[in-house]
Design a protein around this ligand. Structure first.
Ligand SMILES: Nc1ncnc2c1ncn2[C@@H]1O[C@H](COP(=O)(O)OP(=O)(O)OP(=O)(O)O)[C@@H](O)[C@H]1O
Length: 227
């Protein structure tokens, strides 16, 4: 479903270089990305989601070459096909729980804002156990509740790929497991592809495949990684 071929990336004025000779991520695969701090995990997620563009190489989502898309087309593609969940939740403080979850529909005219959407947002929020907090603002939510809102916002558009950057790093084990159970069930039921950066060894058994970015710097044979 997602392919990276001979991808090279560096930041202007920085010595860091990310090199991914080959990475194939299958439909409905659950992939964990690990590696020490600064090795390029977030950078890889940014490349896959089209937030950053590689210096060279190809990134293909289904049959779409990301390099051939304009910035606007990549944004649209991200909104329609991808759900993003971050460590810091990234909620807007001045919007209620319901409005935060409806945000993807408000910022992109491609996604129609109709009554069904409001129903869907309500139903996703309720399934996270937050049905009684629709009008509450993020400042008055617990950390676990905030992350459940950001998961609801990522799932409300029915993404085909869920991209998560350490989504449970700021949560206690109970909230962590609750969030991961929600993500797992959603991906199982909808055959959604899951790509998650994590440092947490305790959750790795949830994934089909675990890659360590450091392995790519010693890359020799793609079959060693993908076989
Ligand atoms: N905007 C930027 N400009 C220049 N260098 C950057 C930028 N963002 C990240 N870097 C550098 O690129 C490298 C990879 O960063 P990245 O955030 O991808 O690492 P990471 O593996 O996700 O780290 P962590 O586990 O600490 O979050 C780091 O050395 C970082 O300092």
């Amino acid at each position: 479903m997602i392919q990276l071929k001979e991808v090279q990336f560096s930041y202007p004025g920085d010595s860091f270089k990310l090199s991914i000779p080959r990475l194939d991520i299958g439909r409905s695969e659950k992939l964990a990305i690990t590696g020490p701090s600064g090795c390029g995990k977030t950078t890889l997620l940014n490349l896959i989601s089209g937030i950053s563009r590689p210096g060279s190489g190809r990134i293909i989502l289904e049959d779409i070459e990301l390099s051939e898309l304009s910035e606007q087309d990549i944004k649209d593609l991200r909104l329609v096909k991808m759900g993003l969940i971050f460590q810091q939740f990234e909620l807007l403080d001045y919007l209620s729980v319901l409005d935060n979850v409806m945000l993807p529909f408000r910022i992109n005219p491609i996604l129609n804002l109709d009554d069904d959407i409001k129903e869907r947002a309500f139903s996703v929020i309720s399934s996270m156990g937050l049905g009684d907090k629709l009008k509450r603002y993020p400042a008055k939510l617990s950390q676990g509740e905030r992350q459940r809102v950001s998961v609801a916002r990522a799932l409300v558009t029915k993404p085909e790929v869920l991209i998560c950057d350490e989504p449970t790093a700021n949560l206690d084990p109970v909230n962590r497991d609750r969030i991961l159970d929600i993500i797992d069930s959603y991906c199982d039921e909808t055959k959604t592809t899951l790509i998650m950066v994590t440092h947490d060894q305790e959750i790795l058994q949830r994934f089909h495949r675990i890659i360590n970015i450091l392995d790519y710097s010693n890359y020799k044979d793609k079959n060693e990684l993908n076989g």
